[in-house]
Write a protein that binds this ligand. Structure first.
Ligand SMILES: Nc1ncnc2c1ncn2[C@@H]1O[C@H](COP(=O)(O)OP(=O)(O)OP(=O)(O)O)[C@@H](O)[C@H]1O
Ligand SMILES: [Mg+2]
Length: 336
């Protein structure tokens, strides 16, 4: 073993222990339902890590296990130097959690919600700290309002303040902006971006959210990690730009399939999606080709790869299609 200046410990396997979370072969069953299968994941200190997946993928289950609320069926998890099943109290002191389901006391004021949390965690200088974190989420002026008068976005902001009050080393956010309008979503993103000095693990099924906030992400589907990497690297896998062409004439696909510059082509609901290098230069060519063959194009749209495209690439369906399927499955299960 060798201690380097930065405090990283490089052991004989060439393995960096600045990984604040290490998950090995984690599996979780609820009765016969498999929620997580063989999860192996390491999370670096101070990174913002996204767990992306559709409804039922296993995101909340994973967060619940990491925050010691649920026990895994098998596998080991270290947070810092602690194996979490052995030192749950140590873990709880060092983490903050914002649950998917709101967990504020609605009959108390914003201030009192934080006050009780500060007592629970024996926070020193609690008055100063409460003020600081209420300011961080722009709720200081609303400190004396009871939470049942808050909007969904304000409740979320208060939960973020509460999650940070005891200065956790790791903050878990389970779907931080679920159900919020876009404006409030952007606002929450701004607060999360300010927290670069701690490790953040967030789950989401909004690909844009993951793209804006996360250094690295893992896509999880049916309880398994499909891929994990830096967001930039994942997008590079797509190797080109995406062109979407709206047309009713399916002949265009057959014509385009013969063109060597098209790397990938799919069609759904009258929209042809192509992956090409240098998309801007290919659009005039495609339009010329359509004109020559008397094919009417309704619209053309060009974009660089997004995490949505990455999800489609690895899972074979968009996240919305996966969620539709999940809702159908639940309905089917309920009918039986
Ligand atoms: N308490 C439970 N008992 C039985 N099955 C459960 C329980 N909680 C979750 N599951 C099942 O485990 C799987 C993963 O659920 P989980 O809540 O972890 O998914 P999720 O990715 O958080 O979904 P969502 O996006 O809807 O929040 C699903 O199939 C779900 O039905
Ligand atoms: Mg969930």
């Amino acid at each position: 073993m060798r201690n380097t200046k930065k405090g990283y410990i490089n052991n004989y396997m060439g393995y960096y222990l600045n990984m604040i979370i290490r998950i090995k072969d984690l599996t979780k069953y609820y009765g016969k339902t498999k929620a997580l299968q063989n999860i192996n994941l390491e999370i670096k200190e101070n990174e913002t890590f996204g767990i992306l997946g559709p409804n039922g993928a296993g995101k909340t289950t994973l967060i619940s296990i990491l925050t010691t609320i649920l026990k895994p069926t098998s596998g080991t998890i270290f947070i810092g130097n602690y194996e979490i099943s052995k030192k749950p109290n140590e873990i709880r002191k060092n983490i903050g959690v914002i649950f998917q389901e709101p967990s504020l006391d609605l009959d108390l004021t914003a201030y009192d919600n934080l006050y009780f949390h500060s007592k629970l965690y024996k926070i020193k200088n609690f008055k100063r700290e409460i003020k600081k974190f209420l300011h961080l989420v722009d709720l200081w002026d609303k400190r004396d309002t009871t939470v049942n008068k808050f909007s969904g976005g304000m409740k979320r902001r208060l939960e973020i303040a509460r999650g940070l009050l005891h200065k956790p080393k790791i903050l878990f956010l389970d779907e931080p902006t679920l159900g919020l309008d876009p404006q409030m979503r952007y606002k929450i993103w701004e607060y999360i971006k300010k927290l670069k000095y701690i490790t953040i693990i967030l789950t989401t099924h909004y690909m844009e959210e993951a793209d804006k906030l996360c250094d690295r992400v893992a896509i999880i589907n049916n309880g398994e990690i499909v891929v994990k990497d830096y967001t930039r690297k994942l997008k590079e896998v797509i190797k080109g730009d995406i062109i979407e062409i709206k047309t009713n004439n399916q002949k265009l696909i057959q014509i385009l399939k013969k063109k060597g510059y098209i790397k990938n082509i799919t069609e759904k609901n009258g929209i042809i999606q192509l992956t090409v290098k240098e998309g801007k230069l290919k659009i005039p060519k495609i339009i010329e080709l359509a004109n020559k063959n008397k094919i009417k194009i309704d619209s053309v749209n060009l974009h660089e790869p997004t995490l949505d495209d990455v999800f489609l690439h690895y899972v074979g369906k968009t996240i919305n299609e996966k969620e539709m399927n999940y809702k159908e499955e639940i309905k089917f299960r309920m009918k039986r």
